[in-house]
Design a binder for this molecule. Structure first.
Ligand code: TXA
Ligand code: MG
Length: 328
């Protein structure tokens, strides 16, 4: 299959036509690029699982362009859920609600809940509106690889597996949406993202965060190895440890690269590194791009431990997964 990258109004129209024909289409969102299909076309939904090599027990989230759509896809929407809808949508958040009869179990992998997301990206919303149906979409990467934040990332990973990629430039946020389960007594974060637990707590009063095994049971996708580059990656606790590990990699004939905050770049003169930026927003925006570049330009990635600042917890969640917990 030939893979083409389209942009502008034509891309939205061609993409929507393909969806209506039962095909799958890649589209940009403010978090990461998504691989979309009509939520009402089971054949197209199966193609998503095939194209990604995704296990069938991992549910898909449903994307809408206006809030009214949410009320037909979900039932029993609590006052808490309504507050999240009012305060954070459209935006980088996915809400888990009890599904309505319109949602087939092949979307939810048999669960009676559904994840719903309304992107703030204008291109994403125009595309979903043009399709005329809600759009199911996982991140547009092959299963377990790094999520894409540019059309080129998608092309390099998915060429031959999908026909149309709609190019919307760099994804603003840079990591996947926060997932919050609103079917539990206390709203519970299943996947951290740019909407932090503090931001949710400010609106809801209290939120819980699932850790370790509990997340596994709640968000099926979290149990799979995720977000990993095609080469080894480790987390370096201190700049001294990073520098000496880098030197021993070189001695072993490896080609390492360091990912670090701007303020640490000065300690890496003469070494290969990628500056992730200074603010939490910049670092979030750049992390996946840096991993993509890292696997292209090197064969070993050493990522600085980015610390425990609340806004960077979601980035460290992805970094820890990408490095499978390996630390130096
Ligand atoms: O930012 C995002 O959320 C991106 C863009 C494209 O919207 N999408 C995305 O989809 O990251 P995906 O499939 O890569 O990750 C969705 C996660 C998976 O871990 C899945 O298991 C979980 O959401 N999920 C989906 N439906 C669920 C449900 N009903 N209950 C619990 N977890 C659910
Ligand atoms: Mg994904």
């Amino acid at each position: 299959m030939e893979t083409i990258i389209l942009s502008g109004e034509k891309a939205i129209q061609e993409g929507a036509r393909a969806i209506k024909n039962g095909d799958i289409v890649v589209f940009p969102t403010e978090t990461v690029y998504g691989l979309g299909a009509s939520a009402f076309d089971i054949g197209a939904i199966r193609q998503i699982y095939d194209a990604k090599g995704r296990p069938s027990d991992n549910p898909l989230i449903v994307h809408v362009y206006k809030k009214e759509q949410i009320y037909s896809l979900a039932v029993d929407i609590s006052a808490e859920a309504q507050k999240v809808i009012d305060n954070f949508m459209p935006g980088p958040i996915t809400i888990i609600l009890k599904k309505s009869e319109l949602i087939d179990r092949c979307i939810t992998a048999g669960l009676d809940t559904v994840g719903i997301r309304m992107p703030s990206s204008e291109i994403a919303r125009k595309f979903i509106a043009a399709c005329g149906v809600p759009i199911v979409a996982p991140s547009a990467n092959t299963s377990t690889h790094i999520s894409p934040t540019t059309a080129k990332h998608v092309y390099d990973d998915m060429k031959g597996r999908v026909h149309i990629i709609i190019d919307g430039g760099d994804s603003d946020v840079g990591i996947e949406s926060t997932i919050v389960d609103l079917t539990t007594d206390i709203p519970t974060i299943l996947r951290p993202g740019a909407i932090t637990s503090q931001m949710l707590a400010d609106v809801l009063g209290q939120v819980a965060t699932f850790k370790g095994e509990v997340i596994v049971a709640k968000a099926p996708g979290m149990k799979y190895k995720h977000y990993a580059p095609n080469c080894n990656m480790v987390v370096g606790a201190t700049i001294d440890a990073i520098v000496s590990h880098y030197d021993s990699c070189i001695k072993e004939g490896l080609h390492p690269i360091v990912l670090c905050k701007s303020e640490f770049a000065q300690f890496l003169k003469g070494k290969k590194y990628i500056d992730l930026g200074a603010t939490a927003e910049e670092i979030t925006h750049n992390i996946y791009s840096a991993m993509h570049k890292g696997e292209e330009q090197a064969d070993y990635i050493i990522c600085q431990d980015l610390g425990t600042e609340e806004k960077l917890l979601s980035v460290m969640n992805r970094v820890n997964k990408a490095s499978a917990g390996k630390r130096i």
